[in-house]
Write a protein that binds this ligand. Structure first.
Ligand code: TRP
Length: 455
């Protein structure tokens, strides 16, 4: 298979792991995961989430990398190359759309994180939990400000992408991710020793199994698992297309899954103990503001809190940036590969489109709930976007990817790629069973029951 001339290559397997982990680790772990745990009822959600990661997402992760490396193409091209003359390229097309859609709301939240670097470092957001909550409501109530911050995130992302694959992405990730993990460990240690933290830990760690009767726990855990691992839209596939042939896929995939999941779990060990140390805290009602209203409370209590707070939101912003880079990369490389656009033209056009689409999310949070007249839609536009892309588009994309790998490309071809050059690949029979049966069936079942429950 020929390689597109503009395609770079990771310098090493470690380079790929860092870049893919940079894609995976982001707002999904630190903002999304605690928010979803809060809405999904605590530890029961965590159990379902971990099951989705192990049984559904990890096998698909290996499959996506293999698909990208086999074809050395972006999603639409990959599906088309292995199933010529069919409509399978549409599965890649869904991924391109999802990249644009997710980035349209992701850039808004990332913009908030950037603003909170300033707010926490200057001590603008401190005081009682009520003050901090009011501050967040007023800040996000200003939709024009949120849109401006989203624009800043999108322009920064576009600028990094124009710097090229390796130089742009690898360097940033390598330097700062370990620092984020260290800071989070320190914050978690402080959080679990706060008075009242025990209630938070109980909420987070001891599952109320009656929650498992609620299908929305499964839908949101599945969507969150795909979102956090950057799966189901050809993002990891695209990164896999730059992966050297002589390196092992399975071990890389497992590293990324382990790292991403550990960081999400760590975020929970900060948010819930701090949250429950605040009188009257209710994790179910906090929504997208959860981390922005809980964390400043921790920083307000901590000696040197302005420094730690500013540092935390700065590292979170960088983690978000390595994720937005990977999200923008999918539609951009599609335009380069399929439409033969120059990289510069593709980056500018796609970034402009995403900014326009981000405006409703920037305006539609907090005060402005759109479609309030339609039953079930009395939520912010932002929540609507999160639900539509994470809980439907990504699992559908993942389901199609699993069917494609298991039955169209075929497990034989996929296993050849996964075990190329004698690479370590554990339990091929188990992987085959998961990718052919469990992944498609479990995703389809969860989506169908969800749809049925909405009628
Ligand atoms: N995984 C990232 C996060 O957790 C977000 C992200 C980056 C993503 N690329 C993606 C989500 C591709 C879905 C698909 O913040």
């Amino acid at each position: 298979m020929s390689t597109t001339p503009s395609r770079g290559m990771w310098s090493s397997r470690a380079g790929f792991i860092l870049a893919a982990a940079g894609s995976a680790v982001g707002l999904g772990n630190i903002w999304g995961f605690p928010t979803q745990v809060g809405q999904g009822g605590g530890a029961a959600f965590v159990v379902v989430y971990l099951a989705c990661i192990l049984l559904i997402c990890a096998p698909i992760m290996a499959g996506e990398i293999a698909l990208g490396r086999r074809t050395r193409l972006s999603p639409v091209g990959s599906f088309a190359a292995l199933a010529p003359g069919t409509r399978w390229w549409l599965a890649g097309g869904l991924g391109v759309l999802a990249g644009v859609g997710i980035l349209s709301f992701y850039s808004v939240i990332a913009g908030w994180a950037v603003a909170y670097v300033w707010f926490t470092a200057t001590g603008a957001v401190t005081g009682s939990p009520e003050d901090i909550g009011r501050f967040f409501a007023e800040f996000t109530g200003n939709g024009v400000l949120s849109a401006g911050l989203a624009l800043f995130v999108i322009v920064t992302t576009a600028a990094v992408l124009l710097g090229g694959v390796r130089a742009g992405i690898e360097r940033v990730t390598k330097a700062l991710m370990p620092l984020l993990v260290l800071l989070m460990i320190g914050l978690a240690v402080r959080a679990v020793t706060l008075p009242g933290a025990g209630a938070g830990l109980a909420y987070y760690l001891s599952p109320d199994l009656t929650r498992l009767a609620d299908i929305t726990v499964f839908t949101s855990a599945l969507g969150q698992a795909f979102f956090s691992l950057s799966l189901g839209m050809g993002c990891i596939l695209t990164y896999g297309s730059y992966f050297p042939r002589q390196d092992g896929i399975a071990s890389s995939a497992l590293w990324i899954v382990a790292l991403d999941t550990s960081i999400a779990l760590l975020a929970g060990f900060i948010i819930f103990p701090v949250g429950f140390s605040i009188a009257g805290f209710d994790p179910t009602t906090s929504g997208p503001g959860l981390i922005f209203t809980v964390l400043p409370r921790l920083f307000a209590e901590l000696p040197g809190g302005q420094l730690f707070g500013g540092g935390f939101f700065l590292l979170l912003s960088v983690a978000a940036l390595t994720s937005t880079i990977s999200l923008l990369e999918v539609p951009v490389s599609h335009c380069v590969d399929a439409l033969r656009w120059s990289r510069t033209k593709a980056v500018c056009a796609v970034a402009a489109l995403i900014f326009v689409l981000s405006i409703p999310s920037a305006l539609g949070n907090g005060a402005v709930a759109l479609f309030t007249a339609v039953p079930g839609f009395g939520i912010g536009f932002l929540d609507l976007m999160v639900n539509a892309w994470n809980e439907f588009a990504l699992p559908i994309g993942g389901c199609l990817t699993a069917i494609f790998i298991g039955r169209i490309w075929g497990v034989g071809g996929a296993l050849d790629e996964l075990r190329a050059e004698g690479a370590w690949f554990p339990a091929p029979a188990l992987w085959t069973f998961l990718i052919r049966w469990i992944c498609p069936a479990a995703i389809a079942l969860i989506l169908l029951v969800t749809l049925a429950s909405m009628l």
